[in-house]
Design a protein around this ligand. Structure first.
Ligand code: ATP
Ligand code: MG
Length: 569
């Protein structure tokens, strides 16, 4: 039923397998190190699946460590959301949640160690001056006039920075490496900045905070991380990562491995830009079903399995793979729901149908499979009555030639029920069709009428028993494949004004008590999920997860046929 998609290559997995086979690696330890300054998105899902997946596969550990070195942008709410997302994806971190801030005392001691070794100094240059002295890709940097301070003076100044004696931006601690290095990261990188900020974990204890570079590798080393996996933009930081490990008495030497980040069409994977959408009220919070956040995908109806499958499908390489087609993500969720979501009938834009040869009060109930291939999903009861609703789209007053649905004088089959014919169209004063009068051919329950072929099958609900519900139809948030391609333009200009349409729909009565987050295929319409927040207290609210048409599977099939043809030819 589903098209199986092979997983793509994962060079890190292969490398670790080789290491283990060659006896060079014992137990592996990885980590996922988010900064708690926003919600996680689909790109983070790739990193989570990679890090936790490797630990799972090779019997190792994966730590969840918050990289919390910038209190000004971080919040407890983000920490909570990130933990929930990782758990929801089905992964378990080894031990307690960890924080880079757990190691602030140790990092401070190592900063003093570098000073004593003559490998770090307190610099009084302003941030602008530091930038200016640093040079460019083509010009070497110049040494700061404060570079040759004595060990005693440096230790004293660092202590006073920590005690809060100086203003933010007044001083920094820098490593003393090489102002002429071709790698700018080695031109005396900053180790500590003064920040008089309250920290969500350490409160007001610290007035100075370590830089990402100084905190990250050492945190890895403290935790015994063996493979520190990060995205390619950190490749140029690797020499610095190693410099710290070589120049500090660290307990272990983790290895940094870089891979290409996920970029996907019609999708932003920048926390800063996603935060803007939230702050500007363009979306309904971080978990708006149009957001590429993990919590947004969850609310939209994605399953953890589908996201994990998608991450398998895209693979892990070092080469920047360009844009991944969002159709792949849609394919992953569609094939999961195809197999696992029960079926139901729902009419998005109801049009009333009166069956003139069915008596008032007449009622039949059909017992219909919950899923065509899953007996375990049991049967659902679908009542049939004189008055029904069908979808407005399934009727046309003046149909084109190949319209096999309902039209004046034309026949159609009601799914799981009879063939009906449209006898009369009733309009209101403005000329809008408000009701159809149809007649039932009672000889057609479960079989075709004698000598006539009825091609069309439409879905319907009993007007007497249907449950009203709100259905939210989501589409891509952006109209162009790369909304932030042009760095000087405003990505908001590319917003899709039709990314959300709300329908007042009618569902079959079996949907009446739907629990939040239940998923369905609404037959002929698409896959839907009961909204986590709004589908409560007797209110029915469904989000469209994805439509039925699988453009990705189609492309794959065409390519396979093409390749087949080439092999044969
Ligand atoms: P920030 O600019 O806030 O640092 P970030 O996206 O790098 O944003 P982090 O919280 O630092 O966010 O990311 C945690 C981990 O997820 C990092 O190891 C990072 O490399 C990885 N990651 C982030 N974005 C992607 C992406 N698009 N594809 C794959 N991995 C990603
Ligand atoms: Mg980052």
């Amino acid at each position: 039923m589903t098209t199986e998609t092979a997983s793509a290559p994962n060079f890190i997995r292969n490398q670790i397998r080789d290491e283990i086979q060659a006896g060079r690696s014992d137990k592996i330890v990885t980590r996922f190190p988010p900064e708690p300054n926003g919600f996680l998105h689909v790109g983070h899902a790739k990193s989570i699946c990679l890090n936790f997946g490797l630990a799972e596969q090779f019997g190792g550990d994966c730590h969840l460590r918050f990289d919390d070195t910038n209190p000004a942008k971080e919040e407890q709410a983000y920490i909570d959301a990130i933990k929930e997302d990782v758990s929801w994806l089905g992964f378990e971190w080894a031990g307690e949640v960890r924080y880079a801030s757990d190691y602030f005392d140790q990092l401070y001691a190592w900063a003093q160690h570098l000073i004593r070794e003559g490998k770090a100094y307190v610099d009084d240059l302003s941030p602008d001056e530091i930038r200016e002295y640093r040079g460019t890709l083509t010009e070497p940097g110049r040494p700061s006039p404060w570079r040759e301070r004595s060990v005693e003076e440096n230790l004293d100044l660092l202590e006073r920075m920590r005690a809060g004696e100086f203003n933010e931006g007044g001083k920094v601690l820098r490593a003393k490496i090489d102002m002429a290095s071709p790698n700018i990261n080695l031109r005396d990188p900053i180790l500590y900045r003064i920040r008089h900020a309250h920290h969500h974990q350490t409160g007001d204890k610290w007035k100075i905070y370590p830089s990402y570079d100084f905190a990250h590798g050492q945190s890895d080393a403290i935790e015994g991380v063996t493979h520190s996996i990060c995205t390619l933009e950190f490749e140029d930081h690797r020499p610095l990562y190693e410099w710290f490990l070589d120049n500090l008495p660290v307990p272990a030497k983790p290895r940094q491995i870089e891979f290409a980040r996920l970029n996907m069409n019609y999708t932003l994977t920048s926390k800063r830009k996603l935060k803007l959408l939230v702050d500007e009220g363009i979306v309904d919070g971080w978990d708006d079903p149009r957001m590429p956040t993990i919590s947004g995908m969850r609310r939209r109806g994605y399953t953890p399995a589908s996201i994990r499958k998608f991450c398998e499908m895209i693979g892990v390489t070092r080469a920047d793979g360009g844009l991944v087609d969002i159709a792949m993500l849609y394919h992953a969720i569609r094939s999961d729901l195809e197999d696992n979501a029960p079926r139901a009938m729902c009419v998005l834009n109801p049009l009333k149908v009166v069956l003139t040869n069915v008596a008032e009060g007449h009622e039949e109930v059909y017992e219909v499979p919950g899923h065509p291939a899953r007996e375990d999903m049991g049967l659902r009861r679908v009542p049939f009555t004189r008055e029904l609703y069908i979808d407005r789209e399934d009727f046309m007053e003046e149909p084109p030639k190949k319209f096999f649905r309902l039209a004046p004088g034309q026949e159609v089959r009601l799914r799981n029920s009879y063939v009906i014919r449209c006898d009369e169209v009733i309009k209101d004063d403005s000329g809008e069709v408000v009701e159809l009068r149809c007649s039932v051919d009672f000889d057609t329950l479960g079989k075709n009428p004698e000598g006539r072929k009825v091609k069309g099958v439409i879905h319907w609900v009993s007007a007497t028993h249907a449950v009203p519900m709100e259905v939210r139809l989501y589409d891509n948030l952006f109209l162009v494949e790369q909304p932030d391609k042009d760095k000087d333009a405003d990505f908001l200009e590319h917003l899709n004004p039709e990314s959300l349409k709300v329908c007042q729909a009618m569902g079959e009565p079996s949907l009446a008590d739907t629990a939040p987050e239940s998923r369905f295929q609404f037959e002929r319409v698409g896959y839907f999920c009961a909204d986590r927040h709004a589908c409560r207290d007797g209110k029915l609210v469904f989000n469209r997860t994805v439509g039925l048409k699988d453009s990705w599977a189609k492309v794959q099939k065409q390519e396979a046929q093409k390749n087949d043809g080439q092999k044969k030819g």
